[in-house]
Write a protein that binds this ligand. Sequence first.
Ligand code: GDP
Ligand code: MG
Length: 166
Amino acid sequence: RSGFVAIIGRPNVGKSTLINEMIGQKIAIMSDKPQTTRNKIHGVYTADNYQIVFLDTPGIHKPQHKLGDFMNKSAVGTLGEVDAALFLIDAAEGLGGGDRFIIEQLKKVKTPVFLVMNKIDKIQPEALLPLITEYKDLHDFAEIVPISALQGNNISTLLQTLTKYL
Ligand code: GDP
Ligand code: MG
C-alpha cells in the first residue's frame, strides 16, 4: 500500500519537525522564522508493507498579498488530492484565528483530516481534553492524535493510524 499525506498548519506549529522525525532525515527546512518552507518538500516514509509520501505545504494562512494568495490556493489544491491531511496545531498556544482560517479551507475538501495536537510536552495532561472539545466543535476530524514531534512521542501511533487511509 502507498499514499500521499499533506501536512497543514500555521507557521511554527512543528510541521518540519514532524516530517523530520517521521522520515528520520533533515529533509524539510527547520527554522523559528515563520514561512521558511516555501516549496512542497516530499519526504517518503517506507515501512515493510507500506509507503507514505509526505508533502510539507507552505503555510495555509490568510493571504496578505498576491504571493500569499497563490500559496494558499496551491495548498488547498494539494489538500484535495491527497489520501489524508494532518492538520497540526500547537497545543500550548491553543486555538487561534490562524487555525480557524485553515479549518475553513479544510471544509472545502473531502479528504480525511487528522487533528494532530503537537507540543504536548509543553502542556499539562488535563489541558488536552478541553482543547480537543474546542477543535471538535469546529470540524469533524477523522482522527485526533496528540504528539510531541520534538520528543518523538506518539509518532508511531500516528503512522500506524495513517495506514488505515492509504
Ligand atoms: P513549522 O513552521 O510548522 O515547520 O515549524 P517547525 O518544525 O519549524 O518548528 C517550529 C519550532 O517549534 C521549532 O523551534 C521547533 O523546535 C519547535 N517544536 C516543534 N515541535 C515541537 C514539540 O513537539 N515540542 C516543542 N516543545 N517544540 C516543538
Ligand atoms: Mg516548516
